[in-house]
Design a protein around this ligand. Structure first.
Ligand code: GLA
Length: 656
C-alpha cells in the first residue's frame, strides 16, 4: 500500500489548500511566484470545485484545472487533488431534493453553504462517483499529482427517509431479527417494542428522552455511512493510481466519526487543527492531544492538512497568531510526528463566508507579517525537514480512547453533563503533557503488550473483549490507571452488574460501588492532599488494597477516592490539575517511565522524534533549559552543551 513517504519522499510537505477558482488566472502566476518564495512544495486543490468542474449535470469543464496542474508542475509544486464532493452544485439539490440531508427536526439543510449532501442518497453517491471517476481518469498520469484528498471533513448526519431505509438495512445486518434488536435496545422500557423493521426511525426529534441504545446505533450508523462514501471514492481513485496514497481530513477529536475505523481505511491520516491563539500554552496543550491521537491513528508520521496562519473566523472572538506562534505550533506538529505542515488556505478569500479567515497570504499580501513568517518557516522546513521526515516519536504512556464509549456517554438522561468525555480526555492528557510524559493513544481492544503505563481517563462503555484486554494487560505486568465511570455499560449501553463490571471491580479492589456523587459547578470534594472536582463516588473497598487515598469531610469522609490493588489504580474523582499531574508522575515513575527531560519549566515542551530532541517554549519570556550532553541545534547550526536558550515562542531541534 502507498504511504505518506510516497508523497513526502524524504521532505516535510509545506503548503495548503489552494482555491484558484476564486481568482483570475493572472493571480495564479503571482501565486506560484510567492509559493516558490515561501518554499511551498505541496498544495491541495479542488476541495470545493464541483460547480466549476460540472457546471451543469454531466457537463465537464477541466480546462482550467489542466492549466493549473501544468502551472504548478512547472514550478515544482506537487498537488494533493481533492474530490469535490463535500459541496454539491446548486443544480443537484434543485434536480434531486432527496440528496439534501435533514436534521433531527426534519429541517432540510439547503445549498447556499456547504456539506449539504445526504450520505445515504443513492443519487448523491452516483453523481459523486461519476465526477470522481472522471477526475481520476483525467489526472492519473499528471506529473503534479502526488496524493488524493477525498471530500472534506466528513461530518453530516441525515435523519431523512432514505437514511431511515439505510438505517433499517444496517440494523438488520447487525441484529438479524427484531427480537434481537428489541433485546439490545431495551425496548420493554416505555412501550418501544418494534414488531416490524419499517417502524424503526433514525434518532429523530422526540417529546422527551430518546432511547439511548437507538441513539448509539444511529451514531454508529452515521459514521459507517460516511465511511462508505469515503471508501467508494477511494476505490475509484485507487483503481486509476494504485501507487498514490489516499487521505481524507479529520476534524480534531471530532465526535461524528469512529476515527480508529476510518484510519484503517486510509493510506495517510490527516487532520485539521485550529487551537485558539489567544492562549498560547492552552493551545499547545490542546494541539498536543490531537497530534498524539492522530499519530497513533496513523501508527507513524501523519499530515497536518489544515491549520490557520492567523485568525479563524468561527470563534466568538478571533485573534491572529501573535508573532512567532505560527512557527512554534508548526514545529510542535513536526515534533509530534507530522511530516506535512499545511494550512487552510493559501490565499485569503476576498468574498464568501471565510473572507475574514486568514490565509498564508493574507489581505496584507506579500509584505504582511503573516506571509513573512510563513516564508521563514518554509525555508526552515526545507532546510532541515530531511532530518526529521519519517522518524518515529518516542512515547512511553498510552491513553485509551474509543468513540463508541464517547457516543454512549454523551447522551441526555445521565447523572452529570459536566463530566463529558472530551473534557476528561483533555484533563488527563494535560496532566501527562505538563509532567513531560509523551503519550500515544490506543483503542481499548488494541494489543497493549509491552506498554509500560496505560491511562484510561474514562471509558463508560467497554466491551467484554476490552475488559479482558485490560485485565490481561495488568496480569502481564502492566500498570493501569482508570478514571471514574469506566466499564459501566456494555456495548448495548446496558449497565453492568453492580454499576461497574465485576471483573474491573475485582481488579481495582472495589467491593461495592454504592452511589455516584457528581459535583456541581464550583463544587469540590476534599481528599487527602488535594481536592477532587466534577465527580465522586461512594465506594466500599476490598480489605486487601495496596494503597488508598481517602475522601476527607462531607458525606464521603473516610471512603476511598483513589484505590490501588497491585498495578491497577482507580481514581473516583477528577483531582485538580496539579494533583492529577503529581499522581500520574508518581505512578509513571513506579512503572519505570521517565519524563522526556528532567527539570523542565512549565510551558516548555520536549519531545523525542528519532534521535532528535525538540524543545519548545510556549511562553513569551525567554528560558534556558538544561539538555545534558553536547548537541547540535539544527535550526541555527550552532553547537550547544548542557543547556539551550529559547527565545519567546522559541524552538530548538537538537541532534546529539
Ligand atoms: C475546515 C475546512 C476548511 C475551512 C476551515 C476554516 O478546516 O476544512 O475548508 O472551512 O475549516 O477554519
Amino acid at each position: 500500500m502507498p504511504s505518506l513517504d510516497d508523497t513526502t519522499r524524504g521532505r516535510v510537505l509545506f503548503g495548503g489548500d489552494y482555491n484558484p477558482e476564486q481568482w483570475p488566472e493572472e493571480t495564479w502566476r503571482e501565486d506560484v511566484r510567492l509559493m516558490r518564495d515561501a518554499r511551498v512544495n505541496s498544495v491541495t486543490v479542488g476541495v470545493f470545485s464541483w460547480a466549476r468542474l460540472e457546471p451543469r449535470p454531466g457537463v465537464r469543464d477541466f480546462g482550467w484545472l489542466d492549466r493549473l496542474m501544468d502551472l504548478l508542475h512547472e514550478h515544482g509544486i506537487g498537488v494533493v487533488l481533492a474530490t469535490p464532493t463535500s459541496a454539491p452544485p446548486p443544480w443537484l439539490g434543485r434536480l434531486h431534493p432527496e440528496t439534501l440531508p435533514r436534521d433531527a427536526d426534519g429541517r432540510v439543510e439547503w445549498w447556499g453553504g456547504r456539506q449539504h449532501f445526504s450520505h445515504s442518497s443513492a443519487v448523491y453517491r452516483r453523481y459523486a462517483a461519476a465526477i470522481t471517476e472522471d477526475l481520476a481518469a483525467r489526472y492519473a498520469a499528471h506529473p503534479a499529482l502526488t496524493m488524493w484528498h477525498i471530500n472534506n471533513e466528513y461530518c453530516t448526519a441525515d435523519h431523512g427517509d432514505e437514511a431511515a431505509a439505510r438505517f433499517r438495512g444496517w440494523l438488520r445486518a447487525k441484529y438479524g431479527t427484531t427480537d434481537a434488536l428489541n433485546t439490545a435496545w431495551g425496548t420493554a422500557f416505555w412501550s418501544q417494542r418494534y414488531d416490524d423493521w419499517g417502524e424503526i426511525l433514525p434518532a429523530r426529534h422526540t417529546h422527551y428522552l430518546k432511547n439511548p441504545a437507538q441513539v448509539l446505533d444511529f451514531r454508529r450508523f452515521t459514521s459507517d455511512m460516511l465511511l462508505e462514501c469515503f471508501t467508494a471514492e477511494r476505490d475509484i481513485v485507487r483503481r486509476h493510481t494504485p501507487h498514490l496514497p489516499v487521505t481524507t481530513n479529520f476534524m480534531p477529536l471530532f465526535f461524528g466519526q469512529d476515527a480508529w475505523r476510518w484510519a484503517e481505511e486510509e493510506d495517510v491520516v490527516s487532520v485539521d487543527l485550529y487551537p485558539d491563539p489567544r492562549d498560547p500554552v492552552g493551545g499547545a496543550r490542546d494541539g498536543a492531544l490531537v497530534q498524539d491521537l492522530t499519530r497513533s491513528q496513523a501508527r507513524g508520521p501523519w499530515m497536518l492538512m489544515e491549520q490557520a496562519a492567523g485568525a479563524v473566523n468561527w470563534r466568538g472572538v478571533n485573534h491572529p497568531r501573535p508573532r512567532g506562534l505560527n512557527r512554534l505550533w508548526s514545529w510542535q506538529a513536526v515534533a509530534r510526528g507530522a511530516d506535512a505542515v499545511c494550512y487552510f488556505q493559501w490565499r485569503q478569500s476576498r468574498q464568501g463566508a471565510e473572507k475574514f479567515h486568514s490565509g498564508m497570504v493574507g489581505h496584507a499580501g506579500e509584505r504582511g507579517r503573516t506571509f513573512q513568517e510563513v516564508r521563514r518557516l518554509g525555508a526552515e522546513l526545507e532546510r532541515i525537514g530531511g532530518e526529521v521526515a519519517g522518524r518515529q516519536v518516542t512515547a512511553d504512556v498510552t491513553v485509551l480512547h474509543d468513540w463508541h464509549a464517547w457516543w454512549a456517554a454523551e447522551q441526555d438522561g445521565r447523572l452529570s453533563s459536566r463530566a463529558g468525555h472530551p473534557n476528561l480526555l483533555a484533563a488527563w492528557h494535560r496532566a501527562l503533557w505538563e509532567a513531560h510524559l509523551t503519550a500515544d493513544f490506543a483503542h481499548p481492544e488494541h494489543d497493549l503488550t509491552g506498554r509500560r503505563l496505560v491511562v484510561v481517563p474514562q471509558l463508560y462503555l467497554l466491551t467484554d473483549a476490552a475488559i479482558d484486554n485490560l485485565r490481561a494487560y495488568v496480569e502481564g505486568g502492566g500498570t493501569l490507571v482508570c478514571g471514574f465511570l469506566t466499564g459501566v455499560a456494555d456495548e448495548d449501553d446496558r449497565v453492568r452488574p453492580g454499576g461497574v463490571d465485576p471483573r474491573l471491580r475485582e481488579l481495582f479492589g472495589i467491593r461495592v460501588l454504592h452511589e455516584w456523587w457528581p459535583l456541581g459547578e464550583g463544587e469540590t470534594v476534599g481528599c487527602d492532599g488535594f481536592r477532587g472536582t466534577l465527580w465522586s463516588e461512594e465506594i466500599e473497598a476490598a480489605d486487601d488494597l495496596d494503597e488508598r487515598i481517602d475522601y476527607r469531610g462531607g458525606e464521603l469522609d473516610g471512603l476511598p477516592a483513589v484505590l490501588r490493588r497491585g498495578r491497577a489504580w482507580y481514581v473516583s474523582t477528577l483531582p485538580e490539575p496539579d494533583a492529577l499531574r503529581a499522581l500520574l508522575a508518581r505512578i509513571a515513575a513506579g512503572a519505570g517511565v521517565r519524563p522526556v527531560l528532567d527539570g523542565l519549566p512549565q510551558g516548555v515542551e520536549a519531545v523525542r522524534r528519532g534521535e532528535l530532541l525538540f524543545v519548545l517554549n510556549h511562553g513569551r519570556e525567554p528560558v534556558t533549559v538544561a539538555v545534558p550532553g553536547p548537541h547540535r541545534e539544527l535550526l541555527t547550526g550552532v553547537a550547544v552543551r548542557d543547556e539551550v536558550r529559547l527565545e519567546r515562542f522559541g524552538v530548538a531541534v537538537l541532534r546529539p
